[in-house]
Design a protein around this ligand. Structure first.
Ligand code: PEP
Ligand code: MN
Length: 355
């Protein structure tokens, strides 16, 4: 349930409500909006008498949360969640563009691509060191050596790192290198992994499972949020349909639907959602027009030599074009872009419009 405080409720009154929530074996989650504070009281589904809270000083009203996901819902947090990834703000008025190779293949490959995407205006560098591959005979990633290469690329370019973690026991180690932990489509319902990334309190990029509904994606996010980790980014990356002309089918609908149902930032991955570099630009533009808070795009300087996903990777020149076009679309739909860290002359403050 949601305990909605009066707009002039004092900190002491908020603390009293939290004590009462916890005394009733419920977890208290605070949402501080600009207007008022909301306290989410989350239990295990057993009925709770709301009068325990209604009469406490400072409480305006107590309402049930109508959705099965609680902390991920707009009801819990009517305002968008925003947080900083180095100089850029995710979920704010600007769009973020995360780019890089599917896999970290070598030091030279990663550094070359990192410099190229930085020049083109990327906000962050992506690259998998732990790769969940359909075939056990496909390249599985360089593991910790790949993370060391990513750390070097961050040092060289200033771009924060987004990289996948595939198992709960790897989370502390991957988090010691990564700025954002990616949970891949194949692991969206790996609940032990969701607990572990939640516990890490590290920013998480959660990709939609290829056969998962929007509600299942939000329930997966709820696992992370329920560990007290608020920095969760959702990512639409295409779903399985009967269509075979593309690798997946981009569920553009999911973007406005998610923006309505949740306060969490929503990104689109036009690389995995199409599977062919030829379609990446068009679908990236569509995603930004539909309201996505940014993109995660695969880029490779030599796609023909890539050890994974070369066919859907953009060359740096095309990626630069994509940045320009999607920035123009962002502006056309009333938002702006958050520039890559390297060209941030002034820091962008939360809630402030970046240009
Ligand atoms: C990836 O980002 O390279 C990846 C494996 O994506 P997904 O989990 O969406 O398939
Ligand atoms: Mn990939």
């Amino acid at each position: 349930m949601l305990i909605i405080m009066h707009s002039d409720a004092s900190q002491e009154q908020i603390d009293q409500v939290i004590l009462q929530v916890e005394a009733n074996n419920l977890a208290a989650h605070l949402s501080r909006g600009t207007e008022r504070t909301i306290i989410g009281a989350v239990g295990d589904g057993r009925p709770v008498n709301k009068d325990l809270f209604t009469l406490l000083p400072g409480v305006d009203r107590v309402v049930p949360i109508s959705r099965p996901y609680k902390l991920a819902s707009r009801e819990f947090s009517p305002e968008n969640t925003t947080f900083k990834l180095d100089g850029a703000v995710i979920g704010g008025p600007g769009i973020v563009i995360i780019a890089g190779p599917c896999s970290v293949e070598s030091r030279s490959q990663t550094l070359e691509i990192a410099h190229a995407v930085r020049e083109a205006g990327a906000t962050a560098l992506r690259g998998g060191a732990y790769k969940p591959r359909t075939s056990p005979y496909s390249f599985q990633g360089l593991g910790e050596q790949g993370l060391e290469i990513l750390a070097e690329a961050r040092e060289a370019t200033g771009l924060p790192i987004v990289t996948e973690v595939t198992a709960p026991e790897l989370v502390p180690m991957v988090a010691s290198y990564a700025d954002v932990l990616q949970v891949g489509a194949r692991n969206m319902q790996n609940f032990a992994l969701l607990h572990a990334v939640g516990e890490s309190q590290h920013p998480v990029l959660l990709k939609r499972g290829m056969s998962a509904t929007v509600e299942e994606l939000l329930m997966a996010a709820e696992y992370i949020l329920s560990e007290g980790n608020r920095r969760v980014i959702l990512c639409e990356r295409g779903i399985r349909t009967f269509e075979t002309a593309t690798r997946n089918t981009t569920d553009i609908n999911a973007i406005p639907v998610l923006k309505e149902l949740t306060h969490l930032p929503v990104l689109l991955d036009p690389s995995h959602s199409t599977g062919y570099w030829q379609y990446v630009m068009a679908v990236a533009c569509a995603g930004i027009a539909a309201g996505a808070d940014g993109l995660i795009v695969e880029v490779h300087t030599h796609p023909e030599q890539a050890l994974s996903d070369g066919g859907q990777s953009l060359k740096p020149e095309r990626f630069a074009d994509l940045v320009t076009r999607t920035r123009a679309i962002a502006q056309a739909v009333g938002r702006s872009t958050v520039p890559g860290r390297h060209d941030l002359s002034k820091p962008v403050r939360e809630g402030e419009k970046a240009t």
